[in-house]
Ligand binder design. Structure first.
Ligand code: ATP
Length: 147
């Protein structure tokens, strides 16, 4: 039988995902990387970005807002302060969070406050990217199936 990966995405609030998958791609702070079964053990810091995973030829998307990714014995564990499957993302909320963060950034003088606004902005951008990628995939699948 072909080896698979167990992908677990965990936040302080919940287990976002616990599934068998064939491939995981995520963004580390220095670029995107992919994990296939039988990968060597690895620990890396994640950027605020999308995580893509493939199972049975279907690709799915999640937003992962930083954290740590560990690979060990065909288990990929992601621990992050916040993460959502693309299908769970409220795009209106993310758009509002982006606009709020942009406005706050220009109004704030304190460096730490500016940094906090930049983090909020990056979270919103990652969520919008995940929702957008997921929608494009959905519409491509529909056009492929003639719908
Ligand atoms: P907001 O200002 O809209 O709350 P935020 O970036 O400050 O955004 P977080 O602190 O990262 O939010 O997350 C708080 C909780 O809300 C987490 O459970 C996270 O998964 C969820 N969450 C945040 N934004 C969204 C969204 N656009 N869609 C779905 N869940 C979200």
């Amino acid at each position: 039988m072909t080896a698979q990966l167990t992908l677990r995405i965990v936040t302080p609030e919940r287990v976002v995902l616990d599934e068998k998958v064939d491939e995981v791609s995520a963004w580390a702070i220095d670029g995107e990387f992919s994990i296939l079964p039988n990968h060597i053990p690895l620990v890396t810091a994640l950027a605020f970005d999308v995580l893509r995973y493939k199972a049975g030829g279907q690709e799915s998307i999640a937003a992962v807002l930083g954290g740590i990714l560990e690979v060990n014995e065909n288990t990929v564990t992601v621990l992050s302060d916040a993460a959502e499957l693309a299908t769970e993302i409220d795009e209106t909320r993310a758009r509002q969070a982006k606009e709020r963060a942009e406005a706050e950034k220009t109004q704030r003088a304190d460096k730490l406050d500016v940094y906090v606004s930049e983090l909020a902005f990056s979270r919103a951008i990652a969520r919008l990217k995940a929702a957008d990628l997921s929608r494009r995939k959905g519409s491509r699948r529909h056009s492929e199936s003639g719908l």
